[in-house]
Structure formats: structure tokens, C-alpha cells
Design a binder for this molecule. Structure first.
Ligand code: SF4
Length: 405
């Protein structure tokens, strides 16, 4: 992989009414015709993502969305998609023609975005120095005026975005606070039927890269060789990180005082918040007979025999939690109503989606007060490896001790 995955890029979401000039703005920023531009309103129907490098901000992705005043049944669905993109944005870019009145729909979406507390840039398009009186108050935000037909205002847009650097909240890194320079870390990655042919999966690759960036030593073994290598090391690893599916065997092969966690727990901490998972454990241990479990996987990876989401988790759940539980699968939630009727949700690690997206999905589930776990915590819990697997995450560990000991 030579490109930064989309999940690791800051998302700049452009929103505004139809024909506000969003697509021209994207094309001018990219210096090439990426989006179709037309005077016909509603040319952009679905959100379109354009990855770019943006100076000190690094890899970013601009998201062009359908107009807020889109019409008809399909239009409503597109507006819902725009809203979802906006609520998972790192920065909102409100694009609005400088001399048009501020519409109610524009105002409503602006208010909705402001509730997120994330940085907002206003871009006045077709700008000739004049603003409609209804838009004067928007100049209290960072703003730029551009002549949409020419790329002349684009350096100002870039400059404005770069000046927002300190306001943008970045995802924590996988190993933040867990290792230091010169630490030695041991990774355990089973190469079983479910492993992709010829490569490691994204969380493993990211972990290795981050350990190298942090000047740590790293060694990778399969679970079968772990015990033999571990006892020949002559140095105690600062941390052992295992694939969660091998958690049970790895924990049994290591001394009890060896710090141990899983890629999936690291990913869960990077993408979201471990506390709701820890708080949900009690509900999982009182799961009702015949209860329904929703398994959420954020991408459509190629399914292998003994796939974790469709085979292993349901098997373990019926063996260790509730034999009469039934399962459904989804990739994506659009509203809280979609989880109504379920007694629990189990989410994947979310390596292919951004933290904003993962948190947004969690918030939809929490709105309906449905217990929620991720794969890593579920596997650690059913194998009796808690609280050991979360010992190095102080907040989650303390909450666990407070609730369950
Ligand atoms: S299903 Fe989830 S954890 Fe698995 S690869 Fe896709 S995003 Fe990553």
C-alpha cells in the first residue's frame, strides 16, 4: 500500500445548497476536474471523496456532498447521507453564494454542525466583495471569499484550512502512552484460514509502522511459535499484542505478569471509547434467552472459512453466553431505529473507518441504550481474560474494577 488509507485522513466535508459551487471549489483545490460541474442544480447526488495532501495537515480527504435543498424521496435520502457525512467530519466547509439570502435549510444544517463543536470554515462563492445582509453574521467564523470561475481564491482557502490545524482533533495513535523509545514489543499474528493471502491486515501493519516510528524493537511470531521464542528472548517485552482470536492461547503461554493486549483493543481505543464497552459487560452476562445480537462490520472484507464475524463470534456466543441467541449482520447504521429490537450489538475493530465514523455509529446505538461490545473486548471477556487485557488502559481498567470487583 503506497497511499494513506481513507480512514487515516482528516475529513473536510463541503456542504451547502445545490449550485453553491461546491464541486468547482473541489476542482480548483485539486487543480483538476475531479467533480462534474454543471449549472443544472443537483449534479452531485452522492457524497464523493477526493484524497489530497494538504501541507502541514498531511493526508486529507475532501468530501463533496449533495445539495441541502435536494428534492423528492431520493433527495431526502441524499440529504440524510450529507448529514451523516457532516456529523463524521473533522472540519465542516460551508459553501454558500455570497449574494444569495441564507436559506432556512442552510441555517438548520449549520446549527446541526455547530453542535458537534468541530471547526467550521465558511466559503463565500461568486464573491465580488459584497455579502447578502443575512450572511454578515457568518463572518464571525473563519471565512474566505472566492470567485468560483477562477482558482484565484484557492490559496486563501488552503491558508485558512492550514491555520485551523490546532483546532482539529486528531485520532490518537494506536500505541499512544503505551510504549517508549527502545521498548521491545512482541506481536502475535496467527496465519490461519481467515488470514488474507500474502499480507498482514491493516491493524498489524499500522502497529509495526508505529513501533518503528517510536524507535521500538518489534518481533512478529505466529501463536504456535510464541512459547518457544518467548522463552529464548532474554529480554522481557514491554508489551505483547496479539490478534484477539488467539488471545486465549497467547495468554496461557505467557507469564501472568506479562503485559498483554490485542490489536482489536488498540483499534477500539483509537477509534472510539472503551468505557461503554466495559459498562456493557454486565448486560452481556445477563443476556436473555432467545435474545437478538446485531453484529456490525464496517467493511465488506472477503469472507474466509471460520470468519470472525459470521462464524467465530456467533459460535462463541452460543457456547459461552446464551445458546438460544440469534444473530443479524449489518455494515452500516443510518439511524438509531435500526438497532431497535436487538438486545446487544457487537462491533468490529473499525480499522477501515475513521474515529468520527466509529463514534457516530456508537452514538446511534447508545441512543437506544443497547449494550455494546467490540470483537476484542468480547473475545477477551468470554475467554476470562479481563481485566488483564485492559490493564494498560487506566480509565477502562479502573471502571472495570469499580463495576465488577
Ligand atoms: S470488518 Fe471491521 S475490523 Fe474487519 S477489516 Fe473491516 S473495518 Fe476492519
Amino acid at each position: 500500500m503506497i497511499h494513506t488509507p481513507l480512514a487515516e485522513r482528516l475529513r473536510f466535508v463541503l456542504f451547502g445548497k445545490r449550485n453553491a459551487g461546491k464541486s468547482s471549489l473541489i476542482n480548483n483545490l485539486a487543480e483538476k476536474p475531479l467533480a462534474i460541474v454543471s449549472s443544472h442544480p443537483g449534479t452531485t447526488t452522492d457524497p464523493v471523496i477526493f484524497p489530497m495532501e494538504l501541507g502541514e495537515l498531511g493526508p486529507v480527504a475532501f468530501v463533496d456532498t449533495a445539495g441541502l435543498d435536494d428534492e423528492g424521496e431520493l433527495g431526502e435520502l441524499r440529504i440524510q447521507k450529507t448529514r451523516e457525512r457532516l456529523l463524521t467530519a473533522d472540519v465542516g466547509i460551508f459553501v454558500t453564494p455570497s449574494c444569495d439570502i441564507l436559506t432556512q435549510k442552510e441555517e438548520a444544517m449549520l446549527r446541526e454542525f455547530q453542535k458537534t463543536g468541530r471547526p467550521l470554515l465558511i466559503v463565500f462563492t461568486f464573491y465580488t466583495g459584497e455579502l447578502h445582509p443575512s450572511k454578515q453574521s457568518l463572518t464571525s467564523y473563519p471565512w474566505v471569499g472566492v470567485d468560483n470561475t477562477l482558482p484565484s481564491g484557492i490559496p486563501d482557502v488552503r491558508k485558512r484550512l492550514l491555520s485551523m490545524k490546532d483546532l482539529i482533533q486528531r485520532e490518537p495513535e494506536l500505541l499512544e502512552g503505551l510504549v517508549k523509545e527502545n521498548d521491545f514489543v512482541l506481536l502475535v499474528t496467527p496465519i490461519d484460514l481467515a488470514a488474507p493471502k500474502g499480507r498482514l491486515i491493516l491493524p498489524q501493519v499500522e502497529t509495526i509502522r508505529e513501533l518503528l516510528d517510536r524507535d521500538c524493537g518489534v518481533m512478529v511470531v505466529k501463536e504456535r511459535e510464541l512459547s518457544s521464542f518467548y522463552h529464548r528472548l532474554g529480554i522481557k517485552p514491554a508489551l505483547v499484542i496479539t490478534d484477539s482470536q488467539a488471545f486465549h492461547k497467547v495468554a496461557a503461554d505467557l507469564p501472568f505478569d506479562q503485559k498483554l493486549t490485542s490489536f482489536s483493543l488498540l483499534m477500539a481505543r483509537k477509534k472510539g471509547n472503551l468505557l461503554p464497552f466495559v459498562e456493557s459487560l454486565r448486560a452481556f452476562s445477563h443476556f436473555p434467552p432467545g435474545g437478538k445480537v446485531l453484529i456490525l462490520e464496517a467493511c465488506s472484507h472477503h469472507r474466509q472459512p471460520d470468519d470472525i464475524g459470521t462464524v467465530k463470534i456467533p459460535r462463541l456466543f452460543t457456547q459461552m453466553v446464551e445458546p438460544t441467541a440469534t444473530f443479524s449482520w449489518k455494515k452500516h447504521l443510518t439511524c438509531p431505529e435500526e438497532v431497535e429490537g436487538f438486545n446487544a450489538v457487537i462491533m468490529c475493530g473499525g480499522c477501515m473507518v475513521s474515529r468520527r465514523h466509529y463514534e457516530y455509529t456508537m452514538s446511534l446505538i447508545q441512543e437506544k441504550h443497547i449494550p455494546i461490545l467490540n470483537y476484542g473486548l468480547f473475545l477477551a471477556w468470554v475467554h476470562g481474560l479481563l481485566p488483564r487485557a485492559i490493564e494498560m488502559f487506566p480509565e477502562a481498567y479502573e471502571r472495570y474494577l469499580a463495576l465488577y470487583t
